[in-house]
Design a protein around this ligand. Structure first.
Ligand code: HEC
Length: 129
């Protein structure tokens, strides 16, 4: 009984930790050119200068400018802040019906990034003070 309660408590804590994301995984994802692809448009601290994007603002210090919820919204629905944005909506499921979008078969029906990947990115971006 007590053991069960302890296990439930530990699982609960693990759940909270996961919901907060992992900044190290987020950093790797942001720099990954076949997944996050953030560096296509953004400069990230610690990345080679020649490989930094300049289409979006540099992301150093973004954790001091935006709180975690604002960061999350930027990733999930950037069009809310700029209807003409070129930044992808990472929480959205793109379909062939989207103008100018061609979605590879393996990615159809899935958001660009999974919810736990968004958590990891929010943790990473929030650490850029
Ligand atoms: C195709 C280009 C593009 C890609 C890819 C992209 N972004 Fe952006 N992002 C932008 C632009 C442009 C802006 C400026 C605001 C706007 O026009 O939406 C922006 C704004 C932001 C902001 C707000 C910055 C601020 O200082 O207000 C954050 C945070 C952000 N992007 C994070 C990311 C992350 C993390 C990724 C990768 C998962 C990513 N972006 C991928 C183009 C991009």
């Amino acid at each position: 009984m007590i053991l069960g309660l302890c296990a439930a408590l530990l699982l609960g804590l693990a759940g909270i930790a996961q919901a907060q994301g992992d900044a190290t995984r987020g950093a790797a994802l942001a720099a990954n050119r076949s997944q996050g692809l953030c560096v296509l448009c953004h400069a990230l601290p610690g990345q080679p200068t020649a490989l930094q994007g300049t289409i979006g603002p540099a992301l150093d210090g973004v954790g001091a400018r935006l709180n975690p919820e604002a960061l999350r919204q930027r990733l999930l629905a950037p069009e809310r802040f700029n209807p003409d944005t070129v930044m992808p909506s990472y929480g959205r499921v793109y379909s062939a019906a989207d103008a100018m979008q061609r979605v590879p078969v393996a990615r159809q029906g899935k958001p660009l990034l999974a919810p736990d990947q968004i958590d990891d990115l929010v943790a990473y971006l929030g650490s850029l003070k």
